[in-house]
Design a protein around this ligand. Structure first.
Ligand SMILES: [Zn+2]
Length: 451
C-alpha cells in the first residue's frame, strides 16, 4: 500500500494521504494554487527503510554491551533490565508494577541507595504509546547513566543517596511488541486490548461475542462467526484511560476503533490500574512524575484536560520547566517549548500527567515530548538521533531530581495521606534558590520558555 506525505509549503502544513486519494488531493492543491512538495512518496517504503537501518545497526552490537544507539525489541529491553540489576545489585532492583492485557509484566527498575529511613522518589515512565520508540530508548539511556555515574559523578551520586528513581521503560508492552511485529503496524499507538462482549450481532443481541482475526485486526476489524456489525476494534489509548476527567469529549473517543479510544471506564486497563495503584501506594514519597512521549519537543505541565484552567502550582511548574528546557538546549542546541499541555498542544482528557497531579498529588508532573519537531521524521526518528535525544534530556531529568530533593520541611507521609499539601515543599532550600536564579538568568538570555 502506498501512502504519501505531502508538505503544503506556505502554510507549513504536513499531511499524509492514502493511495486512493493521493492524485486527486494533489490535483486539488494545484487547482487552488497551493504550493506543495512531496516529502515521502511511499510511506510503506519509508517505514521499511527505517526498520532496515535499525536492523543494520545491530551489526555494531558488542558482545555483553547494550547498544543504546539503536531501537530494541521488548525482550532485549527486559534482558537489559535483568543485566543491570545483576551488575549493580546494591543500586538497582526490578519491580513488577502491573501486568498488561495480554498478561505480560509491566516492569520498572528502582535505582537508589538503600536507606533505613524513608526516601523521596521520582517516577518516570515511557512507552505508553507504542510507536514512540525513542521514549523507551531514552529511558534506558537514563537508567544506564544513573548506574554508571554513581560513584563517578558527584551530583548523580548525591541524587541516588537522596532519591529513589522508579523508571518503567515500556508501560504498553503489548502495543510495543505489536508495533514491532510488522511494518504495517509500526505506527500503532494503543494497547492491544479488545472486549468481545461489546459486540452487536446485528440481530439485536448486544451480548453476542465475535472473534476478530487476520492481519487487519484493530485497523479494520473483520469478524468471523457469528457475522456481526460493530465488532469492537483493537486497543485502548492508555493515555486517555486515567481516572481524571475521564469521559470528557475532548481529545478522546468512545469509539473502540479510534486512535484515542478511552476504554470502558476510568482505569479499566490493567496497565493504567496497576501503575496508578503502585504510585498511590507511594503517595507522599513520589515527588515528581515524568512521562516520556514523542514527538514535538515539548516539556508540558498540567492541565491537559482544560486549556484555560491554571493549576495552583503553575508558578512552580513554570520555574522547573524553564530550568529543564534550558538544560536541554545547552546540550545540542535543541529548543523544547514548555507550557500547559492543553495550551501548547491540544486538549485531552484522562491522561497520566493530569492524574498524577490531581489524583496522586504529585506537584511536579510533566509530559515530555521528545524529538523531533515533527517536520521531518515524526514517529520514525532515525536511530542516529536516539543518543542525541537521550543525551539532551538527561541533564533536565537530573534538574528535576535536584529540584525535589532535600526540602527542609520535608516529612515522609506514608500512604494513605490526607492530601497533596501534607508533605514538605522544597521552595526554601538553598539548592532551589540557586536553581531559580540560574533559571531566570537563562530565561532572560534565551527567551527559552514560551507561553
Ligand atoms: Zn504519546
Amino acid at each position: 500500500m502506498k501512502i504519501s506525505t505531502l508538505r503544503i509549503v506556505d502554510d507549513e502544513a504536513k499531511v499524509t494521504v492514502g493511495p486512493s486519494i493521493a492524485d486527486e488531493f494533489k490535483d486539488l492543491l494545484r487547482h487552488y494554487k497551493l504550493p506543495f512538495e512531496v516529502h515521502v512518496e511511499d510511506y510503506r517504503e519509508y517505514i521499511e527503510d527505517h526498520l532496515r537501518e535499525n536492523l543494520r545497526l545491530a551489526e555494531d552490537d558488542k558482545v555483553g554491551e547494550f547498544n543504546f544507539a539503536r531501537y530494541h525489541p521488548y525482550d532485549e529491553i527486559l534482558q537489559y533490565l535483568r543485566d543491570t540489576v545483576e551488575r549493580y545489585p546494591t543500586l538497582a532492583t526490578v519491580v513488577n508494577v502491573a501486568h498488561t492485557f495480554e498478561g505480560r509484566p509491566v516492569l520498572a527498575i528502582k535505582i537508589g541507595v538503600a536507606k533505613n529511613t524513608p526516601k523521596r522518589a521520582v517516577w518516570m515512565d515511557a512507552g505508553i504509546h507504542a510507536r514512540e520508540w525513542v521514549a523507551p530508548a531514552t529511558a534506558l539511556y537514563f537508567i544506564h547513566q544513573l548506574v554508571t555515574r554513581y560513584g563517578n559523578d558527584q551530583t548523580v551520586t548525591d541524587l541516588l543517596e537522596k532519591l529513589d528513581w522508579y523508571i518503567a521503560p515500556v508501560i504498553n508492552a503489548d502495543g510495543y511488541i505489536y508495533s514491532w511485529s510488522h511494518p504495517a503496524r509500526r505506527l500503532w499507538r494503543k494497547s492491544t486490548a479488545y472486549y468481545n462482549s461489546t459486540c452487536d450481532d446485528g440481530n439485536g443481541d448486544p451480548t453476542s461475542s465475535c472473534t476478530c482475526t487476520g492481519d487487519d485486526i484493530g485497523r479494520n476489524c473483520t469478524c468471523t462467526e457469528p457475522t456481526v456489525r460493530n465488532c469492537t476494534c483493537l486497543g485502548v489509548d492508555l493515555n486517555r484511560n486515567w481516572d481524571v476527567k475521564w469521559g470528557g469529549q475532548i481529545g478522546s473517543s468512545t469509539d473502540p476503533c479510534s486512535d484515542v479510544y478511552k476504554g470502558r471506564s476510568p482505569l479499566s486497563e490493567p496497565e493504567t490500574k496497576g501503575v496508578s495503584d503502585f504510585i498511590l501506594e507511594r503517595r507522599g514519597a513520589i515527588q515528581a512524575y515524568l512521562s516520556l512521549h514523542s514527538f514535538s519537543q515539548l516539556w508540558m505541565s498540567p492541565y491537559g484536560y482544560n486549556a484555560t484552567k491554571i493549576p495552583s502550582d503553575y508558578e512552580d511548574h513554570v520555574k522547573l520547566s524553564a530550568i529543564a528546557t534550558a538544560a536541554i538546549s545547552r546540550v545540542h542546541g535543541k529548543q523544547y517549548r514548555s507550557g500547559r499541555s492543553a495550551a501548547i498542544l491540544y486538549e485531552a482528557t484522562g491522561d497520566s500527567m493530569d492524574w498524577a497531579y490531581d489524583k496522586a498529588g504529585i506537584v511536579h508532573s510533566y509530559t515530555i515530548e521528545l524529538r523531533d519537531d515533527g517536520w521531518e521524521y515524526a514517529f520514525l526518528l532515525p536511530p542516529d538521533q536516539i543518543l542525541p535525544t537521550a543525551q539532551e534530556v538527561f541533564p533536565a531529568f537530573i534538574q528535576v531530581g535536584l529540584y525535589v530533593w532535600d526540602g527542609p520541611n520535608y516529612e515522609y507521609v506514608p500512604f494513605p495521606t490526607s492530601g497533596a499539601g501534607s508533605y514538605g515543599r522544597p521552595q526554601d532550600s538553598a539548592v532551589y534558590q540557586w536553581l531559580l536564579a540560574t533559571s531566570l538568568m537563562w530565561r532572560i538570555l534565551n527567551q527559552a520558555a514560551s507561553y
